[in-house]
Design a protein around this ligand. Structure first.
Ligand SMILES: Cc1cc2nc3c(=O)[nH]c(=O)nc-3n(C[C@H](O)[C@H](O)[C@H](O)COP(=O)(O)OP(=O)(O)OC[C@H]3O[C@@H](n4cnc5c(N)ncnc54)[C@H](O)[C@@H]3O)c2cc1C
Length: 612
């Protein structure tokens, strides 16, 4: 097959249309100025408004001080402490300092925040956010009932439309292409899912904003698209991923579904109870109780379950007693309707319970990846070159797929929307500056790299579609057929749930790695599709997603094994203590599972022991 022609060229391509991607677009346009309109394209495998940002419920953190006195220094400190001191403090300082202007900027973009009687933006308590450096909880999360993500996503999207930004929706980015020396971005390969056509897209810059990888787990609050595509694309090009071992489990997933019941429910007075009705958080975190950091609450729930004090989800009477109760009965129906309509609806619709009178079964659910593609505070992606950071020219990342280091080993509620909007915008701004100083150095060799990647992908897809097998007939035993992408995803999710959910140890992880490397990865590589159509072939995108996800799973397990301590969201029962002497470092894991270490940027707060 002859190499594909370069079909399209852009100044910048933004992959992902969630809070991070759209903020990056707006940052880029804003910094470029009205007289230098760059040629931009936003590629999204979903329609923009289906991005997971739209499901964020509780709020976005900023020390606005609208409800009670607050100070960005306290927000900065809480973020560092909440991240169990693995936070890069230069980045966290920017996060806390620029949070106010980010939220005000969102308000000016059209976000309809809930309001106080005096017209100011309302704020609520969220776990780990305090005043006076940990003295007492503070209301810091700005909210729009419990639908903040929907508000942010639609407002940013409308701003992009107003500026005439082009979107390639339902295009799937399958490959990222760097220069042969891996020091500069060349372009990407994307599949237009409507037609099945494979495109080589050359761009001076690429901003990856592809979201998290919660679908590594079966029990997760994440939507089906969160399959870590940007992370696996980075791994495949030879880049490392940072701090992958830190995965946040949200304490209150709705029993059998894993759907999120926002932390706002506890912020408004919800209380966790064990099978005896005891409000057990007082025993684990006497000061902050139900609003302690998420890792603390998730581990407390698991410890209650281990002590036989869990409850069986009424929806699964044959299941294990692996849930506890969330008691929302003290919240008035009026508050429920005004502040927690999404929580109320989720409980009624998916559990058939009435939160005004019933106790709600909950258990920890995989929620957020603290780690990802390593970036500077300006969103530039870097790789390790002889142990030193080297920026990849023209490549940026932001949002949940990236790791700028603000969340360390555990992020605080409300800080990820802030991270996505704030560092997304900064990535866009630094892309505008790069463009301003850009000098063309296009070489034929580099074009060939991209063209080759595109024709390899085309060939692979053509082969898959032309050898598409028919689905199993009713009389055929499913076991006689190879697994399909959906079954493999299920198997991967169960394995990761069993191995890494809230706690882990070397024995479990080694056995999971062995199954992954000997069975799951080879199966993923040999997957086939049963539908031969190139058009809107969801089986094809599911196949590509699971092929990437297994690579991320391998890197997650390798990084978790390498970190022989417990910190933040990572609890290793074989190394139950934090070990600052050896592990006050970021992990950087490559596609071969090799783990390198980089120092944490400590600026103002030297590490303290747990509970400080
Ligand atoms: C249920 C839920 C509730 C939450 N609540 C809160 C909250 O209250 N406060 C808070 O701060 N955080 C919250 N979070 C976390 C926060 O919402 C996310 O971390 C944040 O929105 C991520 O934004 P993003 O732009 O990085 O990614 P996303 O919004 O996930 O967007 C990813 C984009 O990448 C695109 N994409 C992915 N792969 C490809 C590919 N291969 N090709 C092309 N496009 C691709 C997708 O189409 C999508 O547009 C919540 C998360 C969940 C799951």
């Amino acid at each position: 097959m002859s190499p594909a022609q370069i079909e399209q060229e852009y100044d910048a391509v933004i992959v992902g249309a969630g809070a991070a991607g759209l903020s990056a677009v707006l940052g880029l346009l804003e910094r470029s100025g009205p007289n230098h309109k760059p040629k931009l394209l936003v590629i999204s495998k979903l329609q923009a408004l289906r991005s997971h940002t739209g499901s964020a419920e509780g709020g976005i953190a900023a020390s606005l001080g609208n409800e009670e006195h607050d100070d960005w220094h306290w927000h900065y400190f809480d973020t560092v402490k909440g991240g169990d001191w693995l936070v890069d403090q230069d980045a966290a300082k920017i996060l806390a300092q620029e949070a106010r202007q980010t939220v005000i900027g969102l308000e000016h973009s059209g976000v309809a925040f809930s309001r106080r009687d005096n017209g100011h933006i309302s704020q609520r308590k969220f776990g780990g956010h305090t005043s006076e450096y940990g003295a007492q909880p503070v209301k810091r999360a700005a909210y729009a009932a419990d639908r903040i993500g929907h508000q942010i996503l639609t407002s940013l999207w409308q701003q992009c439309l107003a500026q005439g930004v082009s979107f390639a929706e339902e295009w799937y980015v399958s490959d990222l292409v760097l220069s042969p020396a891996r020091d500069r971005v060349e372009g990407l390969v994307a599949i237009d899912m409507h037609s099945g056509n494979v495109h080589a897209v050359r761009s001076k810059q690429i901003i990856l904003c592809t979201g998290g990888a919660g679908r590594l787990f079966h029990t997760t609050s994440n939507s089906w698209d969160l399959t870590g595509d940007g992370m696996s694309a980075a791994l495949c090009t030879g880049l490392e991923l940072k701090d992958l071992e830190f995965i946040q489990f949200h304490p209150t997933g709705l029993g059998h579904t894993g759907f999120l019941l926002s932390e706002a429910a506890r912020g408004e007075g919800g209380i966790l109870r064990n099978s005896k009705g005891h409000a057990f958080m007082a025993d684990y975190a006497p000061e902050h109780r139900d609003l302690a950091a998420r890792d603390v609450v998730s581990r407390a729930i698991m410890s209650q379950v281990d002590q036989g004090l869990g409850i069986v989800d009424p929806a699964e009477p044959e299941g294990r007693a692996d849930c506890v109760w969330l008691d929302l009965t003290s919240i008035s129906p009026k508050t429920m309707a005004a502040k927690l309509p999404q929580v109320d609806e989720t409980i009624r619709m998916y559990a058939g319970l009435d939160p005004a009178v019933d106790l709600i079964p909950v258990k920890p659910t995989a929620h957020y990846m603290m780690g990802g593609i390593p970036t500077t505070t300006d969103g530039q992606v870097y790789r390790l070159n002889d142990g030193e950071r080297q920026v990849v020219e023209g490549l940026y990342a932001a949002g949940e797929c990236a790791c700028v280091g603000v969340h360390g080993a555990n992020r605080l509620g409300g800080n990820s929307l802030l991270d996505a909007c704030l560092f997304g915008r900064r990535a866009g701004q630094s892309a505008a500056e790069y463009l301003h100083n850009y000098t063309e150095s296009k070489s034929e060799l580099q074009e060939l790299e991209l063209a080759q990647a595109c024709s390899n992908r085309r060939e692979y897809i053509q082969e898959l579609l032309s050898s598409a097998s028919k689905p199993p007939t009713a009389s055929e035993s499913p076991a006689s057929r190879a697994l399909n992408a959906y079954q493999l995803l299920e198997r991967l999710g169960q394995l990761m749930d069993e191995t890494l959910s809230v706690r882990c140890n070397a024995e479990g992880m080694e056995s999971a790695l062995s199954e992954l490397e000997h069975e799951i990865i080879p199966t993923a590589q040999a997957l086939q599709v049963s539908d031969p159509s190139p058009r809107l072939n969801q089986e094809l995108s599911a196949l590509l997603e699971v092929q990437g996800l297994v690579q991320v799973a391998q890197a997650v397990l390798k990084a978790s094994l390498a970190r022989q301590e417990s910190r933040g969201s990572l609890y290793r029962s074989d190394y139950p203590k934090r070990d600052d002497e050896h592990f006050l470092q970021h992990s950087l894991t490559n596609r071969n599972g090799q783990v390198d270490w980089q120092p944490v940027h400590i600026v103002d707060f030297p590490p303290k022991t747990r509970g400080y």
